[in-house]
Design a protein around this ligand. Structure first.
Ligand SMILES: [Zn+2]
Length: 281
């Protein structure tokens, strides 16, 4: 009781099922009004909307994963971005990777984020054919854009990639975009106009087969937890520093704290509304 009053975490019973098992077993969205509860890496999604498997300018990939569900604002964003991409040479639209599970929440495999229907992975492979079969969408792979462990882009990178990521970052609904450091530095070098959008493009590990778009919490969404905004400025110096560290790794810090293994979440760890999201028909 004291723990409850002080807002401390409830003790976790070893028999409690993991949240990823509960959310990973739901094949349909909750019948509720759309809402994102909690944060990108600790939350759930009510009233998830399905990105149609195929549109005029997009296809959802890896349909067997059933992760083409999101908050309606994310679904609208994807459609808009796909139309912008279709105007780029060599692109007829985009291939969309994971968004969220039908009710969001932790996943049995893969991402830690993507839990509230506001994270979207977009393939770096230019979408040329938009009539891929289900089977082709399981078997086709994206292509990597990186060279030298992500310090630089490779020959697959084009100005169209720059323009599509710029279009995403310039969208007011978008909070952040994660991409490997060499791509950020390349865009910093190539951009001749307004650089404000570069602030949202953040270097991150991986993210050379796809870039990851994170939308801000939709307006008025009371129980959705935004991340702090990125630091001021275009972030180009930080990205260059990241590249420098790839090329010349600094010696390991003997005082660095040991990485702690995160405990897997149970339902009680998530916002309380997530129990209702699970129970809803
Ligand atoms: Zn992602």
């Amino acid at each position: 009781m004291i723990g409850l009053l002080l807002g401390l975490a409830m003790p976790v019973d070893a028999a409690d099922p993991l949240a990823k098992q509960l959310f990973g077993s739901k094949s349909a969205p909750s019948r509720q009004n759309p809402a994102a509860f909690g944060g990108y890496s600790k939350g759930c999604l009510a009233g998830g909307v399905k990105l149609p498997e195929t549109g005029a300018t997009w296809q959802a990939m890896r349909l067997s994963r059933n992760r083409n569900w999101g908050h309606p604002e994310a679904i609208d964003f994807i459609k808009d971005l796909s139309r912008a991409a279709a105007r780029q040479p060599g692109w007829n639209g985009i291939y969309v990777g994971d968004i969220s599970q039908p009710r969001g929440g932790p996943m049995l495999s893969g991402h830690r984020s993507h839990q509230i229907g506001l994270d979207v992975d977009v393939w770096m492979l230019p979408a040329q054919r938009l009539n891929l079969t289900r089977a082709a969408r399981e078997n086709l792979s994206s292509i990597s854009m990186r060279r030298a462990k992500g310090a630089f882009v490779n020959q697959n990178w084009t100005r169209a990639h720059h323009e599509i990521i710029k279009a995403a970052a310039s969208d007011r609904r978008v909070a952040r975009i994660f991409v490997f450091p060499g791509a950020k530095v390349q865009m910093c070098k190539d951009e001749r106009g307004n650089r404000a959008w570069l602030r949202k493009v953040r270097p991150w590990w991986g993210h050379h087969y796809h870039f990851h778009v994170r939308l801000a919490c939709p307006r008025g969404m009371r129980h959705c937890a935004d991340q702090n905004p990125p630091p001021r400025g275009d972030g180009c110096a930080e990205a260059q520093q990241w590249v420098n560290n790839i090329l010349n790794p600094p010696p390991p810090d003997p005082n660095a704290p040991k990485p702690r293994k995160r405990r897997e979440y149970v339902l009680a760890d998530l916002p309380r509304q997530c129990a209702g999201v699970l129970q809803s028909p």
